[in-house]
Structures are given as structure tokens and as C-alpha cells.
Design a protein around this ligand. Structure first.
Ligand code: GTP
Ligand code: MN
Length: 510
């Protein structure tokens, strides 16, 4: 999930596919396409993409258009940009069974009221849209002639393409997003492509829809920072505010969300062309944080002078505050709102119906090792209390490089050194060796640890669980390194490894 930025279900399906297993399905929702239909759609869309790409090469008028917009051949190839020729039934060259219903479902062919079928995309520059695995799931098509309408025409929603879930450019941007620790969300296909050409490769675009909480969540799996950069015109401002409002339910305290407002006459495409990458990235760094944007927007046409002004301000702030569950972000914003309304935070809590931040489940980024972490912690704490219960062999299974792994290793080592010491002695030594924040937490947790438990029993139970989960983590890492390659490129050993892991996993479940 973390590495490829997939959801849990996607990750499971991927792993199963690599190991040659089928994921058992719950009774399928009615209307959910069968695997066979999906394969047919994917195949049709890929063939169409190949066709459009080949057509572009043959069409000087389309090439000239792209050149005139400053696109390099390299970036056009990278984004697999194509051209759908003018004419009604060009796809007949690709699909001899033009009447096949798959073409209709894929949104490649439309049917008029007389039942005549024709190509959906005609005389348009074609931007294929990929899912996170690189499969073509749809297209955006742009007119060449500015008087034609609509300017952009997109694939309809299909079983493999839900606009509210997909982001244009995400597949190609994946690595750059990871490297930069940041995703840039823009409005247009051309913005994504132009930014990539100028070296800003971590941009993605929503597909002519507002940014949804799904989009945010998807990006959050890959980066801790999301910057929105919409066009400088009024439509762009409206889109930015909608994106901000849609992001609220997905916020976490670890996420940095900000907004970059370009000058009125610019979109990201024109801006990067005029000012270049360095200047653009400077702008990104000084983008406006979400909290500031919210406050600015709420007080934009409100001078907060009269009592009535402040009542209106509170009324408008309430639904916004209600949707923020990230405790720290929510608290700071609440304080600011109260301050601006010139009331105390207690008065505000009395007035507005706001979620109790202590009760809200902390929805941090999904972490694979969640349960292991708390078990690791517990094991450390118990060892601190009873260092003589440490085992030399504990150093054998406690591997890894995260803060928690290191803490575990240091605790074991220190306990081995001072098996008969009091917790304070071990803590003093640990303080020199582990991360300061982790150490602070440890001290706090030690104070509230239940001392009446059977340490010997608890420690040996925790030990066997931890030993298992570390072993599993090593296997998973191996599997992941192998999974980077297509099945056909695996060595015999890697294939055996996959097979043995697959069968072991199965045994465990039985
Ligand atoms: P150009 O630079 O003019 O090629 O376009 P752009 O990428 O700057 O797009 P623009 O800012 O005009 O629009 C942003 C996005 O909104 C586009 O990338 C499309 O996804 C979508 N969009 C724009 N115009 C239309 C339209 O006429 N119909 C539909 N369905 N979507 C559109
Ligand atoms: Mn543009």
C-alpha cells in the first residue's frame, strides 16, 4: 500500500495476481462488471490509445498544434499523446467488430437515436488517462480548431473509469511525488504536461470534476504535502475553494495542504513557460496554508466590525469546523475563529455544534505496522520494568531501521547489559541513544504501565508475536522487491520464493 500508493483492496489484488491466486469475492454487487468485461475494456482502450498515437505521427496538422503550444516530442511521447482523426468511423480500422458492445461501454463509440454508431472522439488531440498501474482507462480529447466545441471532451464514466477517483498524470508522476514528498494538483491536462516538460513532474489534474476527498486520500498515501494550483481566473478561485472544502473530511494532522494563487492572466502551463521551474517552485514554497486560506476567505467580505458581522462569520465557519477531524489542526483553527469573532473558545464551543476532538478516532495515514508498533512499545516497557527477562536471542529477530525498531534494539541491548538494574538506570542510558520524542513518550507510558501484570507471561507472549511479525515483514519486503518485475522477468529462484510465500500464506489462513 505504502510503496505503490494503493488502497488495501488494490494491494491485495495485486499481490494475489503476482502469486497466481484469486482473491475470494464477497457476493458481487449487482452492476459490478465481471473480470472478463474489465479485461475486454482495458484491451479495447489500450488498442485505441495505440491507434491514436500512431495517427498523431501521420498528422502534421496535429503535430504542428502541439509544437505551437511548445510541447516537445519527448514529453508528448511520455504522456502518450495521440490524435483521433476526423471522420465518423475510424475505429473500424482497429476494431473489425465495430458493433461489439464493449466499444460502447468503453466510451469509444456512441450511438445516435437511429442506432447508427460512430466514434466518440473525432479530430481531437487525445490525452490517454491511466490508472495507478499504468492501464489506459479513458481519454480526454481537445479540439485543435478553437472554434470547435466543446474544447475538451472526456470519456464517460465506465466500469473502469470513475472521474471522482482518478487523477490525470498520477501514474507517471508517482515516482516524482515520492521523491519530492509533494503532489501538485492543477486543473488541466495541458498544465500537467507543460509542468512535466519544465521539470515539475509531480503534478496531477482532476478530470474536469472538483477535487474529491478520494483524490486527496489517494495523494496522501504518497505524499505529506499537497499543493493546489488552479488558474488565476475566477473559475480557478471557485475551484480552489471547492477543493479546500472537499479536502476537509480527509485532513489529518500530518498533512500539509496549501494553495498557490497565480496572477489572473495565468494558468500553471503559461506560468511555468514564462517564469520556469525555479520560480514556480519558489511560488509553491510560499503557497498559502489551508487554515490561512479558510480564514482569509471567511473574512474577505466581512469586516467583523459589528456584532452582526461576527455572527455571520461564526455561521459560515461552523460547517467548516464541523468537518475537520484532525485534532490539532481543528484546535488551532477553532482558536483563530474564536479570536476573530472576539469570543473565548469556551463561548464558541457553547455556541457551535462541534465534534469532540478527544473522541474523534485519530485517522492517521494508514500504517502497515500499526499493531506491531504498539506491541513493540509494550515489549520495551515491560523489559524496562523487568530487564532480567530479556533473552540474548531477542537481538536476532528485532531487525529494521524505523525509530520504533531502533528503540526496540536499544532497549534489548541495554537490558542485556544491566539485567538487574532499576528502570531509571536503563532509561538514563536509553536517553543517549534514542530519538528524543520517542524517549519522552516512553517515559510517559512507563508511568502508566500496569505493574500488576504477570511480566514473565506477558513478555514471552509478546516475544512470540513480535518474532512472527518481523519475519512476515522480511518476507513482505522480499516479495515487494520481486514484485517490481513482471512475472516473465523473474529468475527461477524468485519464482520459487513467490511460490513458497504464496503457499505459506495459504497454510496460515487454513
Ligand atoms: P488549454 O490550455 O486550453 O488546452 O486547456 P487547459 O488544460 O488549460 O484547460 P482549462 O483550464 O480550459 O480547463 C481545465 C480542465 O477542465 C481541462 O483540462 C478539462 O479537463 C476540463 N475542461 C475544460 N473545458 C472543458 C469542456 O469544454 N468540457 C469538458 N467536459 N471539460 C472541460
Ligand atoms: Mn491552459
Amino acid at each position: 500500500m505504502e510503496y505503490q500508493g494503493l488502497s488495501f483492496v488494490e494491494a491485495i489484488q495485486d499481490l494475489a495476481k503476482m502469486a497466481g491466486l484469486t482473491v475470494p469475492q464477497e457476493a458481487r454487487d449487482v452492476g459490478q462488471p465481471s473480470a472478463k468485461v474489465v479485461l475486454g475494456l482495458q484491451d479495447a482502450l489500450q488498442q485505441a490509445a495505440n491507434f491514436y498515437k500512431a495517427e498523431l505521427k501521420k498528422t502534421p496538422r496535429a503535430i504542428d498544434y502541439l509544437k505551437a503550444r511548445g510541447l516537445s516530442g519527448e514529453v508528448a511521447a511520455k504522456f502518450q499523446i495521440g490524435y483521433a482523426p476526423a471522420g465518423w468511423q475510424n475505429l473500424k480500422h482497429v476494431f473489425p467488430h465495430y458493433e461489439n458492445e464493449v466499444l460502447g461501454i468503453a466510451g469509444l463509440v456512441v450511438e445516435n437515436e437511429q442506432g447508427r454508431r460512430y466514434d466518440r472522439f473525432r479530430d481531437r488531440i487525445m490525452f490517454p488517462i491511466h490508472d495507478q498501474k499504468g492501464q489506459v482507462i479513458g481519454f480526454g480529447g481537445r479540439v485543435i480548431n478553437p472554434i470547435d466545441t466543446p474544447k475538451y471532451y472526456n470519456s464517460p464514466e465506465t466500469p473502469v473509469f470513475q472521474k471522482g477517483h482518478e487523477l490525470y498524470g498520477l501514474f507517471l508522476a508517482r515516482r516524482a511525488i515520492r521523491d519530492a514528498g509533494r503532489a501538485l494538483v492543477v486543473e488541466g491536462y495541458m498544465d500537467v504536461v507543460a509542468l512535466a516538460q519544465y521539470g515539475i513532474e509531480y503534478a496531477v489534474a482532476a478530470l474536469g470534476t472538483a477535487t474529491t476527498p478520494y483524490h486527496i486520500t489517494k495523494l496522501m498515501r504518497q505524499a505529506d504535502e499537497i499543493v493546489f494550483c488552479f488558474d488565476g481566473d475566477n473559475a480557478g478561485l471557485t475551484a480552489a475553494w471547492r477543493a479546500a472544502m472537499n479536502a476537509l473530511p480527509a485532513l489529518t494532522d500530518g498533512l500539509k495542504l496549501s494553495f498557490l494563487f497565480l496572477p489572473k492572466e495565468h494558468d500553471p502551463d503559461s506560468y511555468v513557460r514564462e517564469f520556469g521551474k525555479v520560480r514556480f517552485e519558489l511560488e509553491i514554497q510560499s503557497a498559502m496554508p489551508l487554515s490561512q486560506y479558510i480564514l482569509k476567505h471567511l473574512s474577505e467580505d466581512n469586516s467583523l466590525q459589528s456584532q452582526e458581522d461576527r455572527v455571520r462569520f461564526l455561521n459560515e465557519a461552523e460547517p467548516i469546523l464541523q468537518q475537520i477531524n484532525a485534532p490539532r489542526s481543528a484546535m488551532f483553527l477553532r482558536k483563530k475563529v474564536a479570536e476573530l469573532a472576539q469570543i473565548s473558545i469556551e463561548e464558541m464551543h457553547g455556541l457551535l455544534k462541534l465534534p469532540n476532538l478527544n473522541k474523534v478516532p485519530v485517522k492517521a495515514k494508514p500504517k502497515l505496522t500499526r499493531t506491531t508498533l504498539s506491541m513493540q512499545r509494550r515489549f520495551c516497557l515491560m523489559l524496562l520494568m523487568q530487564p532480567s527477562l530479556v533473552d540474548k536471542e531477542d537481538l536476532g529477530w528485532a531487525v529494521g531501521h524505523t525509530d520504533e525498531d531502533l528503540l526496540l534494539q536499544q532497549t534489548i541491548e541495554t537490558c542485556l547489559k544491566h539485567p538487574n538494574s532499576k528502570p531509571v538506570v536503563i532509561m538514563r542510558e536509553l536517553e543517549q541513544k534514542v530519538d528524543a520524542k520517542v524517549f519522552l513518550e516512553l517515559g510517559r507510558e512507563l508511568n502508566v504501565l500496569d505493574e500488576t501484570i504477570d511480566f514473565s507471561l506477558e513478555i514471552s507472549g509478546a516475544r512470540s508475536q513480535l518474532r512472527d511479525s518481523y519475519a512476515q515483514k522480511i518476507e513482505a519486503a522480499l516479495l515487494l522487491s520481486v514484485s517490481e518485475k513482471p512475472l516473465s522477468a523473474l529468475t527461477e529462484n524468485e519464482r520459487l520464493l513467490l511460490k513458497s510465500l504464496g503457499s505459506k500464506a495459504r497454510q496460515k489462513r487454513v
